[in-house]
Design a protein around this ligand. Structure first.
Ligand code: DQA
Length: 151
């Protein structure tokens, strides 16, 4: 695994200022810089997109096959609504891990369902910015390019 596509969904450009009691005080620039540093230590490079637009995210995932080896995604609010992003992940066939800063299962009931998780190899939820690093490590431990939980 050499190149990983990292996608941050809507409103994550506001991290640092947005509900710091829930999402912490690190902004997206710092989260990306820390993740890039960790990725470099692991010998992989990152392609990073933050978008507030579902179609942009769908298109980037659609172009990922052949360019990237895996997908690390925080779909943000689209986690709970987007059949289009789910289908894009499934169609591209790359191993994906879903991450969340907050523990979505400890929050409002509408956040308890992820439409994305079933097409991902797994999910990391609730560890603040560390969720991204843990998600990246999870991708790097995958040995089989199929959707099982076997690692
Ligand atoms: C989030 C959780 C989502 O429910 C929410 O809509 C977000 C951020 C998280 O990282 O905790 O925007 O994905």
């Amino acid at each position: 695994m050499k190149k990983i596509l990292v996608i941050h969904g809507p409103n994550l450009q506001l991290l640092g200022a947005r509900q710091p009691d829930i999402y912490g005080t690190a902004d997206l620039k710092k989260i990306n810089a820390d993740l890039k540093k960790h990725a470099a230590e692991c010998g992989v490079t990152l392609e990073i997109l933050q978008s507030n637009h579902e179609g942009d995210i769908v298109e980037r995932i659609g172009k990922a096959k052949g360019r990237c080896d895996a997908l690390l995604i925080n779909p943000a609010a689209y986690t709970h609504t987007s059949v289009a992003i789910r289908d894009a992940i499934e169609a591209c066939g790359l191993p994906a891990v879903e991450v969340h800063l907050s523990n979505i299962y400890a929050r409002e009931p509408f956040r308890h369902q992820s439409l994305i998780a079933p097409v991902c190899r797994g999910q990391v939820s609730g560890f603040g910015p560390a969720s991204y690093r843990l998600g990246l490590d999870a991708l790097l431990t995958l040995r089989y390019n199929k959707r099982t939980s076997k690692g």
